[in-house]
Write a protein that binds this ligand. Structure first.
Ligand code: NDP
Length: 418
């Protein structure tokens, strides 16, 4: 059935013009960061050391590696899962089922990489291939989004995302038309959301650590911290994989270039920026400073995990003893909003914890360069924008109850400041 064009959902990201600009800006920024991280001055705002030609970017070997990586992760996705979870109710009242085996995929990948390394797999060669790998991942994301855009032409109207059917092809290609594109039980968005990109990110970090050990005899303390913190973050996301089913990415956004590029290219290649920087710009780090940074990361993680778990437990079972005593506001939908505990401190305590961790990931890189702080700058912008999008949706969903929540918890992310 042909889906309706020109849906009334308000346009986001600056509409078609904004989407067209982001289509170029996002990959452009990623390549800029990759080029600058390996250059001597490593200036975030300076020009790149050179403009790579197609011969530097295009490599059939890199494309094969990216496709093999996606194939491997897809095979792990299809293995029997410890649990199959149901997503939120869809427009047609049905619920999709999702395998909860992302952590299993991480462990299996670690085993395979360990075995491969013992058999002489040259992991340390990956850092030299970052540009062609990133290009291949971008190309893959582009082609995947194009195929998904075409597939959505055949999808029924009930399968479309609220925002991706404006009728403008560039905007819809960017935002994604279909909410949950699937072939059989294989869910493209859910598969891409956490696995190839997040596991790829820690694999790149590990390759950068091994390369540093090869160049300097052993990995630096700063490199260990960055690897350890980010591995904890990825392992946590996969351990609590079920929580992704209630996020905006799964329940609201279509699967288009924004998420495909973000998941497959942006996350592994820009989130590993600190490790890339450290490989080419070693930074001294004493034990007291390392201890203080570990403490900061632990505080951030404590807030992030505490807030996310509290809300997830409450949404799953409000009478669970760990949340039953919390104060709540009733809403017309029958759902309640937490107004004490973490969600009574600010309206997005999980973002606060995430941002504190982001700072702890940059500090091991010292204070001489702005480049390793790109992540926290970008992430602050992303979370402020995400908070505004979520706020708009909650205001629509909960009306006066949301207004009451905002009155009782006036700050969004940072207590007494924002
Ligand atoms: P959140 O987990 O913040 O969820 C927002 C939803 O929670 C709202 O839509 C509402 O949905 C519910 N909610 C809001 N306030 C309350 C309340 N007081 N009581 C009960 N429920 C409430 O969404 P995100 O997907 O933005 O974030 C999830 C995690 O992922 C965060 O920790 C974030 O930092 C992280 N993240 C990381 C990114 C990265 O690149 N590293 C990118 C994006 C996010 P409802 O009422 O329908 O349940």
């Amino acid at each position: 059935m042909a889906p309706p064009q020109g849906s009334q959902a308000p346009l986001e990201f600056g509409g078609p013009l904004g989407a067209a600009a982001l289509l170029v800006l996002l990959p452009g920024t990623m390549f800029h960061l990759l080029l600058v991280a390996g250059s001597g001055p490593a200036r975030l705002l300076g020009p790149p050391p050179y403009l790579p030609g197609l011969e530097t970017l295009w490599s059939p070997r890199a494309l094969l590696l990216v496709l093999a990586w996606l194939g491997l992760q897809a095979a792990f996705y299809l293995l029997p899962a410890r649990k199959v979870a149901e997503g939120l109710e869809l427009k047609d009242k049905s619920r999709l089922r999702y395998p909860i085996n992302g952590f299993q995929a991480l462990v299996l990948t670690a085993l395979l990489v360990g075995l491969g390394a013992a058999a002489g797999l040259p992991l340390g060669a990956l850092p030299e291939m970052l540009l062609p790998l990133a290009f291949a991942a971008t190309l893959t994301a582009f082609i995947l989004s194009l195929l998904l855009y075409l597939k959505a032409q055949l999808a029924p109207a009930s399968a479309l995302a609220p925002g991706g059917s404006s009728g403008n092809p560039i905007y819809d290609f960017f935002l994604g038309r279909e909410l949950n594109p699937r072939i059989g039980s294989f869910d493209f968005k859910y598969f891409c959301e956490l696995r190839p990109g997040l596991i790829g990110w820690v694999l790149l970090n590990l390759a950068l650590l091994l390369q540093e050990a090869k160049l300097r005899g052993s990995p630096s303390l700063a490199m260990w911290l960055v690897n350890g913190f980010q591995l904890l973050y990825v392992a946590d996301a996969l351990w609590y994989e079920e929580a992704v089913l209630t996020t905006m990415d799964i329940t609201h956004d279509g699967f288009g270039f924004m998420l495909a590029f973000g998941d497959l290219a942006w996350v592994p290649f820009t989130y590993s920026l600190q490790a890339q920087f450290l490989l080419y710009h070693p930074q001294p780090l004493g034990l007291p400073a390392a201890g203080a940074i570990c403490l900061l990361n632990a505080i951030g993680y404590y807030i992030f995990r505490g807030a996310n778990s509290q809300k997830n437990t409450f949404r799953k079972n409000p009478s669970d003893p760990s949340v039953a005593g919390l104060e709540t506001i009733p809403t017309a939908t029958g759902r309640r909003l937490l107004v004490s505990g973490w969600w009574g401190v600010v309206r997005h305590p999980n973002y606060l914890g995430d941002l504190i961790m982001a700072l702890a990931w940059s500090l091991p890189c010292g204070l001489s360069h702005l480049l390793p702080y790109f992540y926290i700058l970008y992430f602050t912008a992303l979370l402020v924008h995400r908070e505004a999008r979520d706020e708009r949706q909650c205001r629509q969903k909960y009306g006066r109850a949301w207004q009451e929540y905002c009155r009782r918890v006036p700050h969004r992310i940072l207590p007494y400041v924002y």
